[in-house]
Ligand binder design. Sequence first.
Ligand code: PMP
Length: 426
Amino acid sequence: MSRSDTLFEQAKQYIPGGVNSPVRAFKAVGGTPVFVDRAEGAYLYDADGKRYIDYVLSWGPMILGHAHPTITKAVMDKMQKGLSFGTPTEIETTLAAKICDMLPNVDLVRMVNSGTEATMSAIRLARGFTGRDKIIKFEGCYHGHSDSLLVKAGSGALTLGVPSSPGVPEGLAQHTVTLTYNDIEGVRQAFSEIGEQVACIIVEPVAGNMNCVPPIPGFLETLREQCDQYGSLLIIDEVMTGFRLGPQGAQGHYGVKADLTTLGKVIGGGMPVGAFGGRRDVMEQIAPLGPVYQAGTLSGNPIAMAAGLAQMEQITQPGFYEPLFEKTETLVQGLRQRAEKAGIPFTTNHVGSMFGAFFTDVEKVVNFQQAINCNAEHFNHFFHGMLDEGVYLAPASYEAGFMSAAHSDEDIQATLDAAEKIMNSI
Ligand code: PMP
Protein backbone atom coordinates (compact mmCIF):
# COMPACT_ATOMS: atom_id res chain seq x y z
CA MET A 1 0.00 0.00 0.00
CA SER A 2 1.39 3.40 -0.97
CA ARG A 3 1.41 6.39 1.34
CA SER A 4 -1.11 8.01 -1.05
CA ASP A 5 -3.47 5.07 -0.41
CA THR A 6 -3.25 5.63 3.33
CA LEU A 7 -3.65 9.39 3.05
CA PHE A 8 -6.61 9.02 0.69
CA GLU A 9 -8.39 6.70 3.14
CA GLN A 10 -7.84 9.23 5.92
CA ALA A 11 -8.93 12.16 3.75
CA LYS A 12 -12.20 10.46 2.84
CA GLN A 13 -13.16 10.36 6.50
CA TYR A 14 -13.24 14.14 6.71
CA ILE A 15 -13.45 15.60 3.21
CA PRO A 16 -16.17 14.68 0.67
CA GLY A 17 -14.52 12.17 -1.65
CA GLY A 18 -11.21 12.95 0.02
CA VAL A 19 -10.60 15.98 -2.19
CA ASN A 20 -11.28 19.69 -2.25
CA SER A 21 -11.90 19.78 -6.02
CA PRO A 22 -13.60 16.84 -7.76
CA VAL A 23 -11.25 15.94 -10.64
CA ARG A 24 -8.42 15.38 -8.16
CA ALA A 25 -10.21 12.23 -6.96
CA PHE A 26 -9.22 10.15 -10.07
CA LYS A 27 -12.86 9.12 -10.40
CA ALA A 28 -12.72 9.00 -14.20
CA VAL A 29 -9.50 7.00 -14.42
CA GLY A 30 -9.84 4.92 -11.25
CA GLY A 31 -7.17 4.25 -8.66
CA THR A 32 -5.77 6.38 -5.89
CA PRO A 33 -4.96 10.06 -6.41
CA VAL A 34 -1.32 10.96 -6.03
CA PHE A 35 -0.84 12.87 -2.78
CA VAL A 36 1.90 15.38 -3.45
CA ASP A 37 4.38 16.29 -0.79
CA ARG A 38 6.46 18.85 -2.67
CA ALA A 39 7.27 20.09 -6.14
CA GLU A 40 10.21 21.71 -7.83
CA GLY A 41 10.73 22.82 -11.42
CA ALA A 42 8.99 20.38 -13.77
CA TYR A 43 8.57 17.75 -11.06
CA LEU A 44 6.07 16.66 -8.48
CA TYR A 45 7.19 14.40 -5.64
CA ASP A 46 4.53 12.24 -4.03
CA ALA A 47 4.18 11.29 -0.38
CA ASP A 48 6.47 8.26 -0.97
CA GLY A 49 9.09 10.45 -2.66
CA LYS A 50 8.37 9.20 -6.21
CA ARG A 51 9.10 11.81 -8.87
CA TYR A 52 6.73 12.72 -11.74
CA ILE A 53 7.24 15.02 -14.74
CA ASP A 54 4.23 17.28 -14.34
CA TYR A 55 2.05 18.42 -17.26
CA VAL A 56 -0.84 19.60 -15.07
CA LEU A 57 1.10 22.37 -13.33
CA SER A 58 -1.57 22.99 -10.71
CA TRP A 59 -4.06 23.11 -13.61
CA GLY A 60 -2.16 25.87 -15.38
CA PRO A 61 -0.67 28.48 -13.06
CA MET A 62 2.89 27.15 -12.72
CA ILE A 63 4.21 28.38 -16.08
CA LEU A 64 7.71 28.84 -14.63
CA GLY A 65 7.63 25.41 -13.02
CA HIS A 66 7.17 24.70 -9.32
CA ALA A 67 8.79 26.52 -6.41
CA HIS A 68 10.50 29.03 -8.66
CA PRO A 69 13.09 30.72 -6.41
CA THR A 70 12.11 34.26 -7.44
CA ILE A 71 8.47 33.67 -6.60
CA THR A 72 9.23 31.86 -3.37
CA LYS A 73 11.50 34.68 -2.27
CA ALA A 74 8.94 37.36 -3.15
CA VAL A 75 6.35 35.52 -1.06
CA MET A 76 8.68 35.03 1.90
CA ASP A 77 9.78 38.66 1.87
CA LYS A 78 6.18 39.87 1.74
CA MET A 79 5.07 37.48 4.46
CA GLN A 80 7.35 39.14 6.99
CA LYS A 81 5.20 42.26 6.79
CA GLY A 82 1.91 40.60 7.67
CA LEU A 83 -0.49 38.32 5.84
CA SER A 84 -3.58 40.43 5.21
CA PHE A 85 -4.72 43.92 6.10
CA GLY A 86 -8.09 44.48 4.46
CA THR A 87 -6.83 47.86 3.27
CA PRO A 88 -5.46 48.88 -0.10
CA THR A 89 -1.77 48.11 -0.61
CA GLU A 90 0.72 49.38 -3.18
CA ILE A 91 1.43 45.97 -4.70
CA GLU A 92 -2.21 45.62 -5.85
CA THR A 93 -1.70 48.67 -8.06
CA THR A 94 1.63 47.37 -9.32
CA LEU A 95 0.10 44.08 -10.47
CA ALA A 96 -3.03 45.78 -11.84
CA ALA A 97 -0.87 48.23 -13.82
CA LYS A 98 1.20 45.36 -15.19
CA ILE A 99 -1.95 43.57 -16.36
CA CYS A 100 -3.42 46.74 -17.91
CA ASP A 101 -0.09 47.52 -19.63
CA MET A 102 0.11 44.03 -21.11
CA LEU A 103 -3.53 43.68 -22.20
CA PRO A 104 -4.68 46.46 -24.53
CA ASN A 105 -8.35 45.65 -23.93
CA VAL A 106 -8.12 46.04 -20.16
CA ASP A 107 -8.40 49.62 -18.87
CA LEU A 108 -9.35 48.78 -15.29
CA VAL A 109 -9.01 45.50 -13.41
CA ARG A 110 -10.46 44.16 -10.15
CA MET A 111 -8.67 41.38 -8.23
CA VAL A 112 -10.58 38.43 -6.80
CA ASN A 113 -9.59 35.06 -5.31
CA SER A 114 -10.41 32.55 -8.06
CA GLY A 115 -11.39 32.12 -11.66
CA THR A 116 -14.91 31.29 -10.52
CA GLU A 117 -15.24 34.66 -8.81
CA ALA A 118 -13.82 36.44 -11.84
CA THR A 119 -16.34 34.99 -14.30
CA MET A 120 -19.27 35.20 -11.86
CA SER A 121 -18.54 38.88 -11.27
CA ALA A 122 -18.00 39.61 -14.96
CA ILE A 123 -21.41 38.06 -15.73
CA ARG A 124 -23.09 40.18 -13.05
CA LEU A 125 -21.38 43.27 -14.43
CA ALA A 126 -22.46 42.48 -17.98
CA ARG A 127 -26.04 42.02 -16.80
CA GLY A 128 -25.91 45.21 -14.74
CA PHE A 129 -24.38 47.21 -17.57
CA THR A 130 -26.78 46.05 -20.28
CA GLY A 131 -29.89 45.64 -18.11
CA ARG A 132 -30.41 42.22 -19.74
CA ASP A 133 -30.57 38.76 -18.14
CA LYS A 134 -29.68 36.21 -20.82
CA ILE A 135 -26.13 34.99 -21.25
CA ILE A 136 -24.69 32.76 -23.94
CA LYS A 137 -22.07 30.11 -23.25
CA PHE A 138 -20.80 27.08 -25.14
CA GLU A 139 -21.26 23.43 -24.32
CA GLY A 140 -18.12 21.92 -22.80
CA CYS A 141 -16.68 25.29 -21.81
CA TYR A 142 -16.08 25.61 -18.09
CA HIS A 143 -16.05 28.99 -16.41
CA GLY A 144 -16.00 27.96 -12.76
CA HIS A 145 -18.87 26.76 -10.61
CA SER A 146 -21.16 29.76 -10.17
CA ASP A 147 -24.87 29.00 -10.75
CA SER A 148 -25.34 30.77 -14.07
CA LEU A 149 -22.30 29.08 -15.58
CA LEU A 150 -22.80 25.52 -14.37
CA VAL A 151 -25.04 24.70 -17.30
CA LYS A 152 -23.65 22.18 -19.82
CA ALA A 153 -20.22 22.88 -18.37
CA GLY A 154 -16.90 21.15 -19.00
CA SER A 155 -13.98 20.00 -16.85
CA GLY A 156 -14.92 18.09 -13.68
CA ALA A 157 -18.62 18.77 -14.20
CA LEU A 158 -18.38 16.90 -17.50
CA THR A 159 -16.02 14.22 -16.21
CA LEU A 160 -18.31 13.43 -13.30
CA GLY A 161 -21.40 13.41 -15.50
CA VAL A 162 -23.10 16.50 -14.04
CA PRO A 163 -22.52 19.23 -16.63
CA SER A 164 -25.72 20.91 -15.39
CA SER A 165 -25.59 20.55 -11.63
CA PRO A 166 -28.53 19.88 -9.32
CA GLY A 167 -28.90 22.88 -7.04
CA VAL A 168 -28.84 25.44 -9.84
CA PRO A 169 -32.35 26.94 -9.77
CA GLU A 170 -34.27 26.37 -12.97
CA GLY A 171 -35.28 30.02 -12.93
CA LEU A 172 -31.63 31.00 -13.20
CA ALA A 173 -30.48 28.27 -15.58
CA GLN A 174 -33.15 29.32 -18.09
CA HIS A 175 -31.23 32.56 -18.62
CA THR A 176 -28.15 30.62 -19.73
CA VAL A 177 -28.35 29.76 -23.41
CA THR A 178 -25.88 27.09 -24.43
CA LEU A 179 -24.59 26.86 -27.99
CA THR A 180 -22.11 24.60 -29.78
CA TYR A 181 -18.46 25.69 -29.70
CA ASN A 182 -17.12 26.57 -33.17
CA ASP A 183 -20.62 26.57 -34.69
CA ILE A 184 -20.62 29.97 -36.36
CA GLU A 185 -24.05 29.55 -37.93
CA GLY A 186 -25.54 28.52 -34.58
CA VAL A 187 -24.32 31.76 -33.03
CA ARG A 188 -25.83 33.88 -35.81
CA GLN A 189 -29.09 31.99 -35.56
CA ALA A 190 -29.31 32.46 -31.77
CA PHE A 191 -28.65 36.18 -32.05
CA SER A 192 -31.23 36.60 -34.77
CA GLU A 193 -33.79 35.09 -32.36
CA ILE A 194 -32.85 36.52 -28.96
CA GLY A 195 -30.00 38.97 -29.62
CA GLU A 196 -31.75 41.91 -27.97
CA GLN A 197 -32.08 39.99 -24.68
CA VAL A 198 -28.44 38.89 -24.52
CA ALA A 199 -26.30 40.58 -21.86
CA CYS A 200 -23.14 38.80 -22.91
CA ILE A 201 -21.39 35.89 -24.48
CA ILE A 202 -18.77 34.18 -22.35
CA VAL A 203 -16.27 32.00 -24.18
CA GLU A 204 -13.04 30.13 -23.63
CA PRO A 205 -10.99 31.51 -26.55
CA VAL A 206 -9.27 28.12 -26.70
CA ALA A 207 -11.48 25.58 -24.99
CA GLY A 208 -9.35 23.86 -22.37
CA ASN A 209 -12.03 22.12 -20.34
CA MET A 210 -13.15 19.62 -23.00
CA ASN A 211 -9.56 18.59 -23.65
CA CYS A 212 -7.99 21.29 -25.87
CA VAL A 213 -10.09 22.64 -28.74
CA PRO A 214 -8.91 25.80 -30.53
CA PRO A 215 -11.38 28.15 -32.22
CA ILE A 216 -11.87 27.67 -35.96
CA PRO A 217 -11.07 30.74 -38.09
CA GLY A 218 -13.99 33.18 -37.91
CA PHE A 219 -15.54 31.81 -34.71
CA LEU A 220 -14.25 34.41 -32.26
CA GLU A 221 -14.64 37.13 -34.89
CA THR A 222 -18.30 36.18 -35.28
CA LEU A 223 -18.85 36.49 -31.54
CA ARG A 224 -17.37 39.99 -31.64
CA GLU A 225 -19.46 40.97 -34.63
CA GLN A 226 -22.74 39.66 -33.18
CA CYS A 227 -22.11 41.33 -29.82
CA ASP A 228 -21.49 44.64 -31.59
CA GLN A 229 -24.60 44.26 -33.70
CA TYR A 230 -26.89 43.50 -30.74
CA GLY A 231 -25.31 45.61 -28.00
CA SER A 232 -24.16 42.57 -25.99
CA LEU A 233 -20.81 42.33 -24.24
CA LEU A 234 -18.14 39.80 -25.17
CA ILE A 235 -16.46 38.22 -22.16
CA ILE A 236 -13.33 36.35 -23.14
CA ASP A 237 -12.51 33.97 -20.31
CA GLU A 238 -8.72 33.95 -20.23
CA VAL A 239 -8.45 32.28 -16.83
CA MET A 240 -6.53 29.48 -18.58
CA THR A 241 -5.17 31.21 -21.69
CA GLY A 242 -4.16 34.54 -20.13
CA PHE A 243 -0.35 34.93 -20.31
CA ARG A 244 -0.14 31.28 -21.34
CA LEU A 245 -0.67 31.72 -25.08
CA GLY A 246 1.60 34.74 -25.17
CA PRO A 247 2.03 38.17 -23.58
CA GLN A 248 -1.46 39.25 -24.66
CA GLY A 249 -3.17 35.93 -24.11
CA ALA A 250 -5.64 34.57 -26.63
CA GLN A 251 -6.78 38.06 -27.59
CA GLY A 252 -3.28 38.88 -28.80
CA HIS A 253 -2.92 35.49 -30.45
CA TYR A 254 -6.18 35.69 -32.41
CA GLY A 255 -6.53 39.47 -32.69
CA VAL A 256 -9.98 39.56 -31.13
CA LYS A 257 -11.09 42.18 -28.64
CA ALA A 258 -13.12 41.48 -25.51
CA ASP A 259 -15.26 43.97 -23.63
CA LEU A 260 -14.43 42.10 -20.43
CA THR A 261 -11.56 39.71 -19.80
CA THR A 262 -11.39 37.23 -16.95
CA LEU A 263 -8.06 36.04 -15.60
CA GLY A 264 -6.70 33.63 -12.99
CA LYS A 265 -4.11 30.86 -12.81
CA VAL A 266 -0.88 32.37 -14.27
CA ILE A 267 -1.46 35.89 -12.87
CA GLY A 268 -1.39 34.45 -9.34
CA GLY A 269 1.88 32.52 -9.59
CA GLY A 270 0.23 29.58 -7.79
CA MET A 271 -1.63 31.59 -5.16
CA PRO A 272 -5.44 31.97 -5.15
CA VAL A 273 -5.88 34.90 -7.54
CA GLY A 274 -8.43 35.78 -10.17
CA ALA A 275 -9.25 39.07 -11.85
CA PHE A 276 -11.72 40.62 -14.23
CA GLY A 277 -11.14 43.76 -16.24
CA GLY A 278 -11.97 45.52 -19.44
CA ARG A 279 -13.51 48.60 -20.95
CA ARG A 280 -13.40 51.62 -18.67
CA ASP A 281 -17.07 52.54 -19.14
CA VAL A 282 -18.12 49.01 -18.21
CA MET A 283 -15.72 48.58 -15.29
CA GLU A 284 -16.84 51.94 -13.88
CA GLN A 285 -20.19 50.33 -13.13
CA ILE A 286 -18.55 48.24 -10.37
CA ALA A 287 -18.87 49.36 -6.73
CA PRO A 288 -17.70 51.73 -5.32
CA LEU A 289 -17.77 53.69 -8.61
CA GLY A 290 -21.06 52.23 -9.79
CA PRO A 291 -24.05 50.24 -8.58
CA VAL A 292 -22.97 46.67 -9.52
CA TYR A 293 -21.80 45.12 -6.28
CA GLN A 294 -18.73 42.94 -5.91
CA ALA A 295 -16.33 42.57 -2.96
CA GLY A 296 -13.86 40.26 -1.18
CA THR A 297 -12.33 40.06 2.32
CA LEU A 298 -9.05 38.67 1.00
CA SER A 299 -9.16 40.10 -2.55
CA GLY A 300 -5.82 41.58 -3.58
CA ASN A 301 -4.11 39.75 -0.73
CA PRO A 302 -0.52 41.02 -0.53
CA ILE A 303 1.10 37.57 -0.46
CA ALA A 304 -0.92 36.45 -3.47
CA MET A 305 -0.09 39.70 -5.29
CA ALA A 306 3.61 39.21 -4.52
CA ALA A 307 3.58 35.74 -6.05
CA GLY A 308 1.63 36.93 -9.08
CA LEU A 309 3.79 39.96 -9.67
CA ALA A 310 7.02 37.97 -9.37
CA GLN A 311 5.75 35.47 -11.95
CA MET A 312 4.48 38.22 -14.26
CA GLU A 313 7.85 39.97 -14.14
CA GLN A 314 9.61 36.77 -15.22
CA ILE A 315 7.28 35.87 -18.05
CA THR A 316 7.25 39.35 -19.57
CA GLN A 317 11.02 39.20 -20.16
CA PRO A 318 11.79 39.24 -23.90
CA GLY A 319 12.09 35.78 -25.44
CA PHE A 320 10.19 33.99 -22.68
CA TYR A 321 7.49 32.39 -24.82
CA GLU A 322 9.35 31.10 -27.89
CA PRO A 323 11.17 28.18 -26.23
CA LEU A 324 8.03 27.30 -24.27
CA PHE A 325 6.02 27.03 -27.48
CA GLU A 326 8.77 25.04 -29.22
CA LYS A 327 8.83 22.50 -26.40
CA THR A 328 5.06 22.13 -26.61
CA GLU A 329 5.36 21.52 -30.35
CA THR A 330 8.10 18.93 -29.82
CA LEU A 331 6.00 17.10 -27.26
CA VAL A 332 2.81 16.87 -29.30
CA GLN A 333 4.64 15.97 -32.52
CA GLY A 334 6.53 13.28 -30.66
CA LEU A 335 3.33 11.87 -29.20
CA ARG A 336 1.71 11.71 -32.63
CA GLN A 337 4.74 9.93 -34.08
CA ARG A 338 4.73 7.34 -31.27
CA ALA A 339 1.01 6.73 -31.70
CA GLU A 340 1.37 6.32 -35.44
CA LYS A 341 4.18 3.81 -34.99
CA ALA A 342 2.09 1.90 -32.47
CA GLY A 343 -0.89 1.97 -34.86
CA ILE A 344 -3.18 3.77 -32.41
CA PRO A 345 -5.84 6.23 -33.59
CA PHE A 346 -4.62 9.45 -32.04
CA THR A 347 -4.39 13.17 -32.66
CA THR A 348 -3.37 16.32 -30.80
CA ASN A 349 -4.22 20.00 -30.62
CA HIS A 350 -2.03 22.73 -29.23
CA VAL A 351 -1.87 26.50 -29.02
CA GLY A 352 1.09 28.19 -27.36
CA SER A 353 1.93 26.17 -24.26
CA MET A 354 -1.46 24.47 -23.98
CA PHE A 355 -2.07 21.07 -25.55
CA GLY A 356 -4.53 18.22 -25.80
CA ALA A 357 -4.21 14.56 -26.78
CA PHE A 358 -7.14 12.63 -28.25
CA PHE A 359 -7.47 8.88 -28.73
CA THR A 360 -9.65 9.09 -31.81
CA ASP A 361 -9.53 8.53 -35.54
CA VAL A 362 -10.87 12.03 -36.17
CA GLU A 363 -8.01 13.87 -37.85
CA LYS A 364 -8.60 17.30 -36.26
CA VAL A 365 -10.84 17.68 -33.23
CA VAL A 366 -12.80 20.94 -33.52
CA ASN A 367 -15.93 20.45 -31.47
CA PHE A 368 -17.45 19.09 -28.27
CA GLN A 369 -18.94 15.93 -29.79
CA GLN A 370 -15.61 14.90 -31.28
CA ALA A 371 -13.84 15.70 -28.02
CA ILE A 372 -16.12 13.52 -25.91
CA ASN A 373 -16.29 10.65 -28.42
CA CYS A 374 -12.68 9.62 -27.84
CA ASN A 375 -11.64 6.17 -26.69
CA ALA A 376 -11.86 6.31 -22.88
CA GLU A 377 -10.23 2.88 -22.44
CA HIS A 378 -7.17 3.92 -24.41
CA PHE A 379 -6.95 7.14 -22.42
CA ASN A 380 -7.18 5.36 -19.07
CA HIS A 381 -4.57 2.81 -20.06
CA PHE A 382 -2.29 5.61 -21.26
CA PHE A 383 -2.88 7.73 -18.15
CA HIS A 384 -2.07 4.94 -15.70
CA GLY A 385 0.86 3.67 -17.76
CA MET A 386 2.38 7.14 -17.87
CA LEU A 387 1.77 7.60 -14.15
CA ASP A 388 3.67 4.36 -13.45
CA GLU A 389 6.48 5.66 -15.66
CA GLY A 390 6.63 8.89 -13.65
CA VAL A 391 4.68 11.25 -15.93
CA TYR A 392 1.77 13.12 -14.38
CA LEU A 393 -1.04 13.93 -16.84
CA ALA A 394 -4.49 15.29 -15.96
CA PRO A 395 -6.53 12.43 -14.50
CA ALA A 396 -9.39 12.98 -16.96
CA SER A 397 -9.52 13.24 -20.73
CA TYR A 398 -11.47 16.51 -20.76
CA GLU A 399 -8.56 18.64 -19.58
CA ALA A 400 -5.83 20.51 -21.43
CA GLY A 401 -2.17 19.84 -20.64
CA PHE A 402 0.41 22.53 -19.95
CA MET A 403 4.13 23.07 -20.56
CA SER A 404 6.39 25.06 -18.24
CA ALA A 405 9.66 26.89 -18.72
CA ALA A 406 11.24 24.38 -16.33
CA HIS A 407 10.65 21.34 -18.58
CA SER A 408 13.99 20.37 -20.13
CA ASP A 409 14.62 18.63 -23.44
CA GLU A 410 15.52 15.56 -21.37
CA ASP A 411 12.15 15.71 -19.59
CA ILE A 412 10.36 15.80 -22.92
CA GLN A 413 12.47 12.95 -24.29
CA ALA A 414 11.74 10.90 -21.15
CA THR A 415 8.04 11.64 -21.59
CA LEU A 416 8.15 10.47 -25.22
CA ASP A 417 10.10 7.32 -24.30
CA ALA A 418 7.43 6.51 -21.71
CA ALA A 419 4.66 7.26 -24.22
CA GLU A 420 6.26 4.92 -26.76
CA LYS A 421 6.35 2.10 -24.24
CA ILE A 422 2.76 2.64 -23.07
CA MET A 423 1.30 3.14 -26.54
CA ASN A 424 2.95 -0.06 -27.71
CA SER A 425 1.23 -1.86 -24.85
CA ILE A 426 -2.28 -0.67 -25.76
N1 PMP B 1 -12.51 29.68 -16.38
C1 PMP B 1 -11.71 28.79 -16.99
C2 PMP B 1 -11.48 28.91 -18.47
C3 PMP B 1 -11.10 27.77 -16.27
O1 PMP B 1 -10.31 26.90 -16.89
C4 PMP B 1 -11.34 27.68 -14.88
C5 PMP B 1 -10.71 26.59 -14.01
N2 PMP B 1 -10.04 25.61 -14.63
C6 PMP B 1 -12.17 28.62 -14.28
C7 PMP B 1 -12.73 29.62 -15.06
C8 PMP B 1 -12.46 28.58 -12.81
O2 PMP B 1 -11.34 28.93 -12.08
P1 PMP B 1 -11.19 28.48 -10.55
O3 PMP B 1 -11.04 27.00 -10.56
O4 PMP B 1 -9.96 29.22 -10.11
O5 PMP B 1 -12.40 28.93 -9.83
